[in-house]
Ligand binder design. Structure first.
Ligand SMILES: Cc1cc2nc3c(=O)[nH]c(=O)nc-3n(C[C@H](O)[C@H](O)[C@H](O)COP(=O)(O)OP(=O)(O)OC[C@H]3O[C@@H](n4cnc5c(N)ncnc54)[C@H](O)[C@@H]3O)c2cc1C
Length: 439
C-alpha cells in the first residue's frame, strides 16, 4: 500500500481560469464507490483515458478522481500550446524516426481534440495559429534553431525560416535574432479547454473533483482512499504526471519541475496598434529554461511563461512567486517597451514532469495498473494521446500508434540525492550561463 505524502496544493489560481465564468465542480467521493475502472488525475491525460474507456466499454463504470477542480492542476496552468512536433529532436537516425512517430502521435491528439471542441462547441479560444520558435542571440540561432531546421526538413514538417526583421513584422517585438515558423500548433486557453473536455465525458464516466487520494492499495482489487471515502475498482489508469513518483512509480526516473507563467490584462485598441504584428500568435523559446514562451491570445492578452526549476518537494512559496512576478515584469518590459502600462495581472506556478532522456513513463505499471506520465513540456498533446493509448493498452486494443508511443517510453534512471540535486543544480547553472543572451 502506498501512502501519499505530498498532495497537489494549487494555491494561486491560474490566470486562465480567473478570466473564465465560475463553474460548479462535480461532487467529491463520499462513502464507498465501486467501478470497473478508476482513473486517477483529471488533467489532459486522465480525461483522455476516461473518455476512451467510456467510449470503448459502454457497459463499464469508469470513475475519474482528482484532488482539486478540473483546470486547477498543470493542465489549466500551462502556456496553452498544443504542439504537433517534438520540441528538440536530437541527432541521429533513431531520433529522426522517433520525431516522425511523435509527429503522428501529437497530430492525432490535436485532431481528436479538434473534433471534440467542434462537436461540443467548447469555447476555449482554439486557434490554428501555428507557432514561432525564436532565438534571441546568434549563439541560440546556431545551437538550437539550425539543428531543428535540418531535422524539420528530414521529417517533412512544413516550416519557414525568419530573420530578425521578419520576426519583428510577425510579432511586433524586435527581440529575436531569428525564428522558425511551423503551422501545426494550436493555441488555446488551456483551463477552458480542459474544463470543456471534462464537461462532455461519456455518460458511463463519473468525475469526482476535490477528492485527494491519500492511499493506494493495489494488492487485490484497486482501493483508493480519499479524505471522505473510498473507490474500489478492478483496474486503474494513473494520470498524475509530476505526482506519479508519490504513488510509488518511476521514482528517480520522472523528475518534478515547477514552471511559472503570468497573464496580462486585455490590451486596449491603442496598445494593440502600438504592438503591431499578427493579431494572435505563439512563440516558444530556443532554450526553454532560459527563454520565455509567449502567447498573444485571441482576446488580446499576453501570456508570459518563464522560469522552470527542479522541485522535488512539489511546493513553491508566496515569496518565490513574488520574485518570479518581478522577473516576469522585467523581462516583459524588455520585450514590450511599446506597452509600458500593461500589467501582468496573474502569476502562478504549476508542476510538470521531465525525464533526462525526454521519454515518458507509459504502459503497464503493475498488475491491473496502467499509466502515462512524464510528458516533458508538451503534455497538452503528449498527455492526451498517451492517456488514450494507456486506455487502449489496458483494454487490450490494437492501436497502430502504440508502436510510436513505445519508442518514447523508456525514461532513464538518475542517481540518488544528494548527487541528483547537485547534478541538476550544476547543469542548470551552466545552461543558464551559456544561454544568458536568450533571456
Ligand atoms: C507553466 C507551465 C507551462 C506549460 N506549457 C505547456 C504548453 O504550452 N504546452 C504543453 O503541451 N504543455 C505545457 N506544460 C506542461 C503541461 O501542462 C503538462 O504536461 C500537462 O498538463 C500534463 O497533463 P496531465 O494530465 O498528465 O497532468 P496534470 O495536468 O498535472 O494532471 C494530474 C492531475 O493529478 C491530480 N493528482 C495528483 N495527485 C493526486 C492525488 N493524490 N489525488 C488525486 N488527484 C491527484 C492533480 O490534481 C492533477 O489535476 C506546461 C506546464 C507548466 C507548469
Amino acid at each position: 500500500m502506498a501512502l501519499i505524502r505530498t498532495l497537489p496544493q494549487n494555491n494561486e489560481a491560474p490566470g486562465w481560469a480567473a478570466i473564465l465564468p465560475p463553474r460548479t465542480p462535480s461532487p467529491s467521493i463520499e462513502g464507498e464507490i465501486h467501478g470497473d475502472w478508476v482513473v486517477l488525475g483529471a488533467g489532459f491525460t486522465g480525461l483522455a483515458a476516461a473518455r476512451r474507456l467510456g467510449e470503448m466499454r459502454p457497459d463499464d463504470r469508469i470513475i475519474i478522481v482528482d484532488a482539486g477542480e478540473v483546470g486547477a492542476g498543470a493542465s489549466g496552468r500551462n502556456s496553452g500550446f498544443a504542439i504537433d512536433h517534438a520540441h528538440t529532436l536530437g541527432g541521429g537516425v533513431a531520433a529522426l524516426e522517433s520525431a516522425r512517430g511523435q509527429k503522428r502521435l501529437y497530430s492525432a491528439a490535436i485532431e481528436g481534440m479538434a473534433e471534440i471542441v467542434a462537436a461540443h462547441e467548447i469555447e476555449c479560444d482554439w486557434r490554428n495559429d501555428g507557432k514561432f520558435h525564436g532565438a534571441a542571440s546568434a549563439r541560440g540561432t546556431e545551437a538550437y534553431l539550425k539543428p531543428l531546421l535540418e531535422e524539420l526538413d528530414h521529417i517533412d514538417e512544413p516550416h519557414r525560416w525568419l530573420n530578425a526583421r521578419e520576426m519583428e513584422a510577425e510579432l511586433g517585438i524586435n527581440h529575436y535574432a531569428a525564428g522558425i515558423y511551423t503551422p501545426g500548433t494550436v493555441l488555446v486557453n488551456p483551463a477552458a479547454l480542459v474544463r470543456g473536455l471534462a464537461g462532455c465525458l461519456p455518460e458511463n464516466v463519473t468525475l469526482a473533483e476535490n477528492s485527494p487520494v491519500t492511499t493506494i492499495d493495489i494488492a487485490g482489487p484497486i482501493k483508493l482512499t480519499t479524505l471522505k471515502g473510498q473507490v474500489v475498482a478492478k483496474r486503474m489508469i494513473l494520470a498524475t504526471n509530476a505526482f506519479t513518483p508519490e504513488m510509488g512509480f518511476f521514482q528517480r526516473k520522472l523528475l518534478p519541475f515547477v514552471g511559472f507563467a503570468s497573464l496580462s490584462r486585455v490590451l486596449t485598441a491603442g496598445e494593440q496598434e502600438a504592438l503591431g504584428g499578427r493579431a494572435s500568435w505563439g512563440l516558444t523559446p530556443a532554450n526553454a529554461f532560459v527563454g520565455a514562451t509567449i502567447q498573444r491570445t485571441g482576446d488580446n492578452r499576453i501570456l508570459f511563461r518563464q522560469t522552470i526549476t527542479y522541485r522535488d518537494n512539489l511546493r513553491h512559496s508566496a515569496a518565490e512567486l513574488e520574485q518570479v512576478r518581478a522577473r516576469h515584469r522585467q523581462l516583459f518590459a524588455a520585450r514590450f517597451a511599446m506597452l509600458p502600462d500593461v500589467t501582468l495581472d496573474h502569476t502562478w506556478g504549476g508542476y510538470l514532469s521531465l525525464s533526462r532522456n525526454q521519454d515518458s513513463a507509459f504502459g503497464k505499471f503493475a498488475d491491473n495498473v496502467w499509466g502515462a506520465a512524464g510528458h516533458q513540456g508538451i503534455g497538452v498533446t503528449r498527455g492526451t494521446i498517451s492517456g488514450t493509448l494507456a486506455a487502449d493498452m489496458a483494454m487490450g486494443l490494437d492501436n497502430p500508434l502504440l508502436e510510436d508511443m513505445m519508442c518514447i517510453a523508456r525514461p532513464v534512471s538518475n542517481p540518488p540525492s544528494p548527487l541528483l540535486d547537485l547534478g541538476i543544480a550544476l547543469n542548470t547553472a551552466w545552461d543558464a550561463w551559456r544561454n544568458r543572451d536568450e533571456a
